[in-house]
Design a protein around this ligand. Sequence first.
Ligand SMILES: *[C@@H]1O[C@H](CO)[C@@H](O)[C@H](O)[C@H]1NC(C)=O
Ligand SMILES: *[C@@H]1O[C@H](CO)[C@@H](O)[C@H](O)[C@H]1NC(C)=O
Length: 293
Amino acid sequence: MGLKQLALVGLLPFSLAAPFLPRTTPAPATTWNAGATPEFPIHSSCNSTEVIQLRKHLHDMATVANHAIDHILRYGNESTIFTKWFGSAPTAEPIGWYERLVRADRTGFQFRCDDPDHYCGPPGETGYWRGVEVAPEDVNICPLAYTLVPLEALCSRGYTLANWEITSVMVTDLMHRLLHVPSVAELVVEHYANGYTASIELAETNPEETVMNSDSLQYFALEAYAWDIAAPGVGCVGDEDAARAKYEASLASVASTAGPTATATVAATIVSATTTSAPASCHTHADGVVHCE
Ligand SMILES: *[C@@H]1O[C@H](CO)[C@@H](O)[C@H](O)[C@H]1NC(C)=O
Ligand SMILES: *[C@@H]1O[C@H](CO)[C@@H](O)[C@H](O)[C@H]1NC(C)=O
């Protein structure tokens, strides 16, 4: 051992005594998600009170979507709420859409409030997606939206899942708009069945479509939240027989006024009301409900 090595050995106890001194410069912060947009951008056409309310309702939507994920992860298809809306479908696909509602990147997306396509009325809509050909990442929220049932009032004011429109609740109205936007729904989620009774029927006849059906995703999330959180163990389903009677009467009236093939035509119209139709369009369903993209 030469003199140099002896000198190094002599230094060793000193360097051990100072273990917290950095020996190299730290690695630079990771930039894997540079340019990410984690929050929904809100356009300057929304005024201060609209922004405050919209942010609150988006937070509520994330709460409901996160609860849908939690409920599915806890109970899977042993949940009767799950099988009611998704039948025998696997659980992973709805979890994926709820995840995208909560956590997908929002780059390119915007909420706006200036009603560029003039659907806000009066009487008008609560909001609309501008369509894949006009502005696929634009959702306009109309003043009427702020009159919808807020999440904290779910299962009050007479609201029931079966007898009120799913979009009469702000959280599910927002989900509906966002399930049209490619950055959330990848042009996969569509309208395969609309309304309470038709969506339940879809779970029995075509479960594989329920996990891509906008209304099924909204109904499951809202019912799981209503039953587990808003009115625990009670929920607010309402009168399912009345809902079915209304649905069947509307199908029958369409059939009698427009001929025997009308029911099938209406069903086909609902299915073809896809995310590719643009600009934001409104159409009437078999149960007489006007639906705007
Ligand atoms: C529930 O999921 C399991 C697989 O995890 C499957 O074997 C079973 O058939 C499903 N049950 C229903 C009612 O869909
Ligand atoms: C914002 O717009 C709404 C209409 O959606 C209006 O009622 C309200 O007064 C406006 N708020 C402010 C602070 O200008």
